[in-house]
Design a protein around this ligand. Structure first.
Ligand code: COA
Length: 604
């Protein structure tokens, strides 16, 4: 069965994964039948799909017509015959118990068309063993979506012992047609890629608790190693029962080193399963959080090393390629970098600004993804230094600014540093940003900003100083400082009106309204907008043309385009910016941001 012959998809099981997969398939244009054993499950699933699609519509990511069309393509049924009849792909997402899987698959395989692809969404059971229930195991495969399927981009394509290469190829193609990125798990191994590497790492973290503090480890991994959450907060989010059970499977199938550590076992046995029970490693009466200072004294290598080693075992055991392991960990576990990328960059604390020179391009990555790449004073200094070096380096023909992770280019100045400033400190911060960003305009080489997500405040200010801005369709642009009771800074009061015109600049600055990528394109704020999946390639294409251009002529044109007197404007901006540190409204704005509430400004 080739991918282009697939028209109907049957989904067995209407739970969170099942109805999510049904939604993804319907949005991709397939006719979908979802089957479960009780009407209440189907009703809940239907409501779940409607709810999720409405959110896409509300956020402008899907039209109402497309939502209605997708809904019209899904049927919910109790009848297995009706569900699998005429389906070219059957995806099963029922409870993770081998006896139940065998029963359902024996029946489904006997009723489905003889050439249909049979796929299990299992995250923990052996594909080879589940396939024992069907007469044609060469067409049986794992198609493991991640939760929530509508959002998460990864699909692990898990090959059982008897799965044919043709089946693998078709399912990879189908995953792509559903807007997902497939990785090929070539060998049926416990936990496949993501769970194997991630859950083993969570266990290794637990083993360090006799020497280090829980908050200390979480703080270090979140703030210094660039993980979106520390390992204990992540275990609480996943659920201790799930973590424990996966480790038990590893212990039995891979070896005793994988046995759940004492603390995870203790929490599991005490039914302290994490967020869902209100207590796990942390108590969830209030939202726990850790600060950078708490990380003191923990070397992140202690956990990054075993993390990378586990990924190496996955490759050495022939389960997947290095590239697929990196892709899987980034898309399936939301890591900013895969383990092999981490190894290449040298394990240790993440630098908040990364620079890489290659093929005539200096790439500068704003790298604090856990804080949406918000900009500290230290980072501004590092950007200034990188630009000085680039100006002097004749092998650099173009400079590219990027944001790490997939959520933000940069969400502005780091608000957490504001309360520590006084008027003089604020003036220094204003000057520091102005100097760093002015260098972007002064460096005699073209500078491109590749904006993949939030581009706010000091992030937008960085982008507008560049010569070109390229946006992913997910990008959004804004100057939200007004919500804090602050003015926009770092050169923007002068540069923004000259780029987008006074009226839009005033609107952005005084109302804080965010522009989506299309609006930004219409306003001339960005040069081009690309679909998210093509973004990286298009940026590289754009940059390559600049690298191949005539350096002296480009430098001359850049100078002429930017021929303006910034000095007086910068002085005035720094005065206005720093004077606000005398006002109560600014602290009210910062407190309101931290407390996630609307500020009440009094004009004081
Ligand atoms: N400074 C410091 N931290 C910031 C930040 C900033 N400018 N922007 C985001 N963060 C942090 C958040 O505090 C949060 O940290 P936590 O997980 O430790 O609590 C993390 O980044 C993720 O942000 P969060 O607010 O939870 O994400 P969201 O999806 O709910 O909202 C934004 C995203 C961008 C709308 C929101 O973060 C925001 O409004 N940021 C501030 C933008 C701003 O005012 N910039 C101008 C500053 S002068």
């Amino acid at each position: 069965m080739e991918a282009d012959k697939v028209q109907k998809v049957a989904v067995l099981g209407a739970g969170v994964m099942g109805h999510g997969i049904a939604q993804v398939a319907a949005v991709a244009g397939y006719d979908v039948a979802v089957r479960d054993i009780a009407q209440e499950f189907l009703d809940k699933a239907e409501a779940g799909v409607k709810n999720s699609l409405s959110r896409f519509v509300k956020r402008g990511r899907m039209s109402q017509e497309d939502m209605d069309a997708a809904l019209a393509r899904i049927r919910f049924t109790l009848d297995l015959d009706e569900a699998v009849k005429g389906a070219q792909l059957v995806v099963e997402a029922i409870p993770e118990r081998m006896d139940i899987k065998h029963k359902v698959w024996a029946e489904a395989a006997s009723k489905a068309p003889k050439d249909a692809i049979l796929a299990s969404n299992t995250s923990s059971l052996s594909i080879t063993k589940i396939a024992e229930a069907v007469p044609n195991p060469e067409r049986f495969i794992g198609m493991h979506f991640f939760n929530p399927p509508a959002i998460m981009k990864l699909v692990e394509v898990n090959q059982g012992e008897k799965t044919s290469e043709a089946t693998v190829k078709t399912v990879q193609d189908l995953a792509k047609r559903m807007g997902k990125t497939p990785v090929w798990v070539k060998k049926d191994a416990p936990g496949f890629i993501v769970n194997r590497v991630l859950v083993t790492y969570l266990n290794e973290a637990g083993k360090l608790l006799d020497k280090y503090g829980m908050e200390q480890i979480d703080a270090a991994m979140q703030h210094k190693a660039g993980m979106p959450l520390g390992p204990f907060m992540l275990s609480d989010l996943i659920g201790m029962d799930i973590v424990y059970n996966i480790l038990k499977v590893f212990e039995e199938n891979i070896g005793p080193d994988y046995a759940p550590c004492a603390r995870i076992t203790e929490l599991y046995e005490a039914k302290k399963l994490g967020r869902k029970t209100g207590e796990g490693f942390y108590s969830y009466e209030t939202r726990p959080s850790v600060t950078e200072d708490q990380a003191e004294g923990f070397d992140v290598k202690l956990l990054l090393k075993p993390f990378v080693e586990e990924a190496e075992k996955v490759v050495a055991e022939g389960i997947a390629s290095e590239e697929d392991v990196d892709t899987a960990m980034k898309l399936g576990a939301n890591l900013p970098r895969g383990p092999f990328e981490m190894k290449r960059m040298g394990l240790g604390e993440e630098k908040p600004i990364l620079t890489e020179k290659k093929d005539g391009v200096l790439t500068v990555t704003v790298n604090r993804p856990g804080k949406l790449n918000s900009m500290t004073a230290e980072m501004l200094e590092m950007i200034g230094e990188a630009l000085d070096e680039a100006a002097a380096d004749k092998f650099v023909h173009c400079i590219l600014f990027k944001g790490a992770g997939d959520r933000a280019f940069c969400a502005g100045a780091d608000i957490s540093q504001f309360p520590n400033l006084d008027v003089e400190g604020a003036r220094e911060l204003s000057r520091l940003g102005q100097r760093a960003y002015r260098k972007i305009m002064e460096v005699p080489k073209p500078v491109v900003a590749a904006v993949n997500g939030y581009c706010l405040g000091g992030g937008n200010e960085l982008a507008i100083h560049c010569d070109f801005r390229l946006a992913s369709e997910k990008a959004s642009f804004g100057q939200p400082e007004v919500n804090l009771g602050l003015i926009t800074g770092w050169g923007s009061t002068y540069v923004l009106p000259r780029l987008v015109g006074k009226s839009l600049a005033a609107e952005m600055m005084m109302t804080g309204r965010r522009l989506n990528a299309e609006e930004a394109l219409r306003a001339g704020l960005v040069n081009a907008v690309y679909p998210a999946e093509e973004f990286e390639a298009k940026v590289q294409e754009f940059v390559k043309a600049l690298v191949d251009g005539p350096p002296l002529a480009l430098a001359a044109m850049k100078k002429l385009v930017n021929l303006e007197d910034l000095e007086a404007a910068s002085n005035a901006e720094a005065d206005e910016f720093s004077t606000l540190w005398n006002c109560k409204d600014l602290m009210e704005g910062i407190n309101a941001f931290n407390e996630r509430r609307k500020p009440e400004f009094k004009g004081e």
